[in-house]
Design a protein around this ligand. Structure first.
Ligand code: 13P
Length: 255
């Protein structure tokens, strides 16, 4: 049985105080309201929040993730943060290849493949993000686009490494738009992704790997999406910035 992950990607939002308040509220609600937590709850705040939030969430089930990292452990890379630094901070997961970084920071699959490897070599878990644009879907290229992103950015890994990774399917047209993929669309793509993992790595790995859905997931559509067999959790943007809506999504994971 795959353990679900409910992850909040705060993106470039919230000042320090707002971030600390949000993390404390989420920690409190998870402790007070959820007796049988059957998901991993992970917060992905901006880098500058990480050290403070790590202290705040200590003693709770809430875990920490980073939104990005460099592919080297150290060196002359002004403005960058390395996976080694993130490991020292107590981070567990690192987003790699979010569509916003692919779009605005021109990160391609080749760079992302190096980042995935660097994250793993620091004993962290990459959450490798894939997803097609609206234009690609309208031209019926959604399957080949996601397949290429997996082939070039993730499938260089060994079976022992891929087991430590998480895939996040985030259709770009659903991010921040309020338009969620229908359950049928999401289920179809998650099933396709798992089949690709199976073809490359075999049934056992395919059964174990977690595939998250992201794109306008909210408390009122989460239960339906999360009840799909191949959807193992959510990567949540907007709704993760409000403690009540985020925790309600955590509660939507069925036991
Ligand atoms: P929204 O939930 O705001 O659509 O963002 C999804 C996302 O990009 C999470 O990484």
């Amino acid at each position: 049985m795959r353990k679900h992950i409910i992850a909040g990607n705060w993106k470039m939002n919230l000042n320090l105080n707002e971030g600390y308040s949000l993390a404390s509220e989420i920690k409190g609600m998870v402790i007070d309201e959820i007796t049988n937590l059957n998901a991993e709850v992970v917060l992905f705040p901006p880098f500058i929040h990480l050290a403070g939030i790590k202290k705040l969430i200590e003693g709770s089930a809430v875990m920490l993730g980073a939104q990005n990292c460099h592919y080297k452990d150290s060196g002359a890379f002004t403005g960058e943060i390395s996976p080694k630094m993130l490991k020292e901070l107590g981070v567990k997961y690192v987003l790699v290849g979010h569509s916003e970084r692919r779009q605005y920071n021109f990160e391609n699959n080749q760079i992302l493949a190096m980042k995935v490897s660097a994250v793993l070599s620091n004993n962290l878990h990459p959450v490798y993000c894939i997803g097609e644009t609206l234009n690609e879907r309208e031209n019926k290229n959604e399957f080949i686009v996601n397949q290429t992103q997996l082939n070039e950015g993730l499938f260089h890994l060994l079976p022992s490494q891929i087991k430590e990774t998480v895939i996040a399917y985030e259709p770009v047209w659903a991010i921040g738009t309020g338009i969620t993929a229908s359950v049928a669309q999401a289920a179809e793509m998650h099933n396709f992704i798992r089949k690709l993992v199976e073809e490359k790595y075999g049934t056992q790995v395919a059964d174990e790997i977690r595939i998250l859905y992201g794109g306008s997931m909210k408390p009122d559509n989460a239960a339906q999406l999360l009840s799909c067999n191949d959807i193992d959790g959510g990567l949540i943007g907007g709704a993760s910035l409000e403690s009540r809506s985020f925790v309600n999504i955590v509660k939507a994971v069925k036991s």
